[in-house]
Design a protein around this ligand. Sequence first.
Ligand code: NZQ
Ligand code: ZN
Length: 387
Amino acid sequence: MQNFDYMTPTRLIFGKDCIGKLPEVMEKIGKKVLLTYGGGSIRKIGLYDKVKELLSDFDIIELSDIQPNPKYDPSVLDGVKLCKENNIEVILSVGGGSVLDCSKAIAAGAMYDGDPWDLISYKVKAKAALPIVDIITLAATGSEYDCGGVISRTETNDKIGYIDEHLYPVVSFLDPTYTFTVSKKQTAAGCADAMNHIMEQYFCEDSSILNDGFMEAGLKSLMVNARKCLADPEDYTARAEMMLTCTYGCNGIYALGNSYTGWPCHGMEHALSAYYDITHGEGLAIITPRWMKHILSDKTVSRFVKYGVNVFGIDSGLGDYEMAEKAIQATYEFFESIGIPMHLRDVGIDESRIGEMARHVAENEGLENAWVPLSEKDIADIFTASL
Ligand code: NZQ
Ligand code: ZN
C-alpha cells in the first residue's frame, strides 16, 4: 500500500427534499450569491423556482446557459466578471457536472487578478477560491465530492481537468428525485462515466482486497441500478444508489493507497470531446474496451481476470487470457445493452483528425506515465480501433 494524504472537506446532504436546508446552509456562507445553471432543465423540473423561493431574501445574480463540456469563453469569463462586479460571496451551482465544473473555475478566477486561464492551465496556482454550494441534478461525474472541474477552450481544442484543493464544494445537496427527468441517453452516459472513474482506479499495479471489493461493488451497483433507472426513471431507490455511487467517483476514496494509474481513458476522451464536443460518458464507453484490449498482456492479465470473475461472474476455471477477453467483451456488451453508441463514427468522429488528436493527448495528458504507458502511436491505434 502506498502512502497517502487524504481529506474531503465537502459536506454531503442527501435525500428527498433535502434542499429544505439550503437557506440555513447559505446563510452561514454569504448573502450575495451567483446562481449558475445550464440550458433550462432546472426550470422544467421546478428547481429554479424552488431555489428562488427558498432564497427570497438573498441577493442573487444569475449566470445561465452553461453548456455540456463547459466553455471557458463565454461561461467562465462571464462568471468571473459577474463575481467581481457584484462582490459575490458564494456560488450556488444548480445542475449537472458541467455547471458545477464551470462554477469551480469561476470560483478560482474570481479571486485572481490575472487571466483565469493561467489557473486552469496550471501556469499559476490559485491562492483562494470563492465558496461553492451545489445542488447536483445528474448522477455521473462526482464533481459534487471532488476538487476538479473540466473546462473546454474551443479555439485551442483544449479540454483540461483543472484540479485544485480550493475547489471542493463546501456543501453538496443530493436529492435523487431531481434526477428522475434525466434522459435515457444521459442516464446511460452517466453510468458509463462513473464506471470508468472506477476502472481508471481499479486497473493498477498495487491495490488491496479492501479497495478491489469496494470498486467491484461500485461497478456492480452502477450496472444493476442503471438498468433499473432506464426501465423506470422514477425508481427512487435505484436513482438514489446510482447517485451515491457516482458521488464517490473522483474523490479518491475508492483507491486510497493504490498506485498511480494516469487515468488513460479520461486523457484520451478529453481530446474527443474537445475536438468534437461529444458526450463525455459516451466517448469513454467507446474507448474503454478498445483500451482494455490494447493493454492486455502478461503484466495486466491478472487484473482483468479478477475484474471478470468478481464483476461479471466469469467462470474462474477458464484460462487467464480467455477470462480476460470475456471480461473485455462483457464490458463492451454492457455499454451496448444500455443504449450507448459503441463506435466513434456513431457520434460523428471519423479518421480524419485521429493523428492530430493523438498528438494532442500525447503532448498534454502525461500518458507516458500511465500504469501501462501509452505513446502517441498507442493512442492513435486505440482511436482507430474505436472507429
Ligand atoms: O443544461 P441543462 O438544461 O441543465 O441540461 C443538461 C445537459 O443538457 C441535462 N440535465 C442535467 N440535469 C438534468 C438534465 N436533464 C434533465 N433532468 C435533469 N435533472 O443533461 C445534459 C448534460 O449535462 P452535463 O452537466 O453536461 O452532464 P454531466 O453531469 O455528465 O457532466 C459532464 C461534464 O463533466 C465533466 C465532463 O468532462 C463533462 O464536461 N467531468 C467532470 C468531472 C469532475 N469534475 O470530477 C469528472 C468527469 O470525469 C468528467 O470529466
Ligand atoms: Zn469522467
